[in-house]
Design a binder for this molecule. Sequence first.
Ligand SMILES: NC(=O)c1ccc[n+]([C@@H]2O[C@H](COP(=O)([O-])OP(=O)(O)OC[C@H]3O[C@@H](n4cnc5c(N)ncnc54)[C@H](O)[C@@H]3O)[C@@H](O)[C@H]2O)c1
Length: 332
Amino acid sequence: MSYIENTLKGKTVLITGGAGFIGSNLAFYFQKNHPETKVIVFDKFRDSHTFPSGNPTSLGHFKNLIGFKGEVIIGDINNFGDLETIESLNFDYIFHQAAISDTTVLDQELVMRTNYEAFLNLLDIASDKKAVMIYASSAGTYGNSPAPNGVGNGEEPENIYGFSKLCMDQNVRKILQNNPKAPIIGLRYFNVYGQKEFYKGRTASMILQLGLQALENKKVKIFEFGEQKRDFVYIEDVIQANIKAMEAKKGGIYNVGYGKAKSYNDIIKCLKNELGEFEVQYIKNPYKFFQTHTEADIQETITDLKYEPKFDLESGIKSYIRQIKEIYEGIK
Ligand SMILES: NC(=O)c1ccc[n+]([C@@H]2O[C@H](COP(=O)([O-])OP(=O)(O)OC[C@H]3O[C@@H](n4cnc5c(N)ncnc54)[C@H](O)[C@@H]3O)[C@@H](O)[C@H]2O)c1
């Protein structure tokens, strides 16, 4: 189902981070709903490098793009030669998803270069082309400030990831103060879950991780005592927000969540409804920093972007469960 009425005939869409979770979903959204649109995916894909945590340094995976018929460009947004390649392309919209999305990475220089500095370079390129820039920001910008989280309030990131995203937003704010119509829309995603997140491994949503643990061991482990709350948002709603942002009348920064916080125990409840009984073991949380309550205030997203989230946690998990079972069958 298309989320906009305008035809995108003759238009070109560039998706950075298009081999990742959200980027690949965007690529397939266009392929399915706007076959008249030219879609270019730009991604560095994964190599053999890992962070000290053992997580891969980039999470893009070719399997997310199997069946994609558009153009695929391999490149690193930190590499000037690769940025020149982007500069040489003609595009009307850029969906900038490429980033170090792993919030546990501690290498501040690398996170700032990849998430912030490269974004500034891409903004310049997009602006020269008069292309619309729709980029991924994050609920990480709010750190542990009290929910509900409203754009412009309590922006106190607790880690370098959240800080890098806040720097992006602050730069955009300055641009929009001088030119409110500048076509730049930042989307602060909350906790996204859904198809094509499997290759994020240990950084995939708790919904996938707990679902797989339940299928595999009939037992799941969560941090004591499961009452930490997050605004879990289903991938379909995140795609909807991105597509609706294409028709925004002005630039801005918007929250993209469902608009209601749910706890880890709520996830367990929904998973038990779908998968039957399993055991829950509460374990100590090893992270010094952990968001304990996020909830997106989505009023402006609704008003300005006409965003209408459709999937609460229960219906999101219901829609996702078949894929979780397929993933389990594939890895077992
Ligand atoms: N998934 C969530 O819950 C969530 C929440 C808030 C914000 N975000 C943001 O949304 C965006 C997409 O997230 P995702 O969940 O799809 O993550 P992801 O890691 O699956 O996707 C990011 C993609 O960027 C690519 N990439 C990384 N570094 C690159 C570089 N230097 N050059 C080119 N490509 C590079 C990776 O290969 C990967 O394909 C990211 O900016 C992330 O920070 C995600």
